[in-house]
Write a protein that binds this ligand. Structure first.
Ligand SMILES: Nc1ncnc2c1ncn2[C@@H]1O[C@H](COP(=O)(O)OP(=O)(O)OP(=O)(O)O)[C@@H](O)[C@H]1O
Length: 241
């Protein structure tokens, strides 16, 4: 991925297997968010391909969502005036088959589909540890709960891959531990997770596989123990001795 003369991602390739938590770490400006933006269709990579179950995914966020890739953002992007429940319903929207006419007529098929969506949204709120009624406006929730709400919204779209951009940013140790448990529970549901985090302790204790990105290139990847002990990773983070 090039931005004018800046090569933000250079020859980066990674695979996200089913039911795995894949970590992405690297210093500031390494290209982690840019990679997320390419994988979720927000950016059209200058060259290269994104394959989902072996099929090329067009660079279109709506297609990526329908295909089963969901994400959260580094900076929370909720609809603050909408209730928590409505925020999750927005995430469910890609799976609702009823068209405009059905919505206008509000027939039994539409009402059933709406009731199912609400039930599912409540289940996702409960899954992430929030009040399933979800009446409070999203903007009134505590910061950590807003991050959970974003995850609930992403899960409501039935993703096969969930991409989390710094899910524990700004959280204390207790909240961070809860997010670690939540991600493990998401993997148990059969969903693959890709996580960007600056907190390397969090990444090494959670992930099945870790990729290290430095200045747009993949430096090292492997199981957490191997990556943590790799001299190149230690140098990239701490500088040479
Ligand atoms: N839309 C854009 N236009 C131009 N340059 C961009 C754009 N998005 C990112 N970049 C540049 O690409 C490089 C990688 O940025 P990116 O945000 O992906 O890094 P990051 O690893 O996510 O960093 P951080 O850990 O600070 O969030 C940086 O040099 C950044 O300035």
């Amino acid at each position: 991925m090039a931005f004018g003369g800046l090569l933000a991602l250079d020859d980066v390739s990674l695979t996200v297997p089913e039911r795995r938590v894949v970590g992405l770490i690297g210093p500031n400006g390494a290209g982690k968010t840019t990679l997320f933006n390419c994988l979720t269709g927000l950016y059209a990579p200058t060259s290269g391909l994104v394959l989902l179950n072996g099929r090329p995914l067009p660079p279109d966020p709506a297609e990526a969502a329908r295909g089963g890739i969901a994400r959260t953002f580094q900076n929370i992007r909720l609809f603050p005036e909408l209730s928590a429940l409505d925020n999750v319903l927005v995430g469910r929207h890609t799976r609702i088959r009823q068209g405009l006419l059905a919505a206008l007529l509000r027939g039994p098929g539409f009402r059933r589909s709406e009731a199912e969506a609400v039930e599912r949204a409540r289940a996702e709120l409960a899954f992430v540890g929030l009040d399933p009624a979800g009446r409070a406006p999203a903007g009134s929730l505590a910061y950590g709960d807003q991050r959970r709400l974003e995850i609930a919204r992403a899960l409501a779209g039935d993703p096969s891959v969930l991409m989390l951009d710094e899910p524990t940013a700004g959280m204390n140790a207790t909240e961070t531990a809860a997010v670690r448990e939540l991600i493990a529970a998401i993997r148990e549901r059969g969903i693959a997770v890709v996580v960007i985090e600056h907190d390397t302790k969090f990444i090494f204790s959670l992930c099945d596989h870790v990729h290290v990105l430095v200045r747009g290139r993949l430096l090292v990847d492997g199981p957490p123990e191997a990556v943590r002990a790799d001299a190149r990773v230690i140098e990239a983070y701490l500088g040479a001795a």
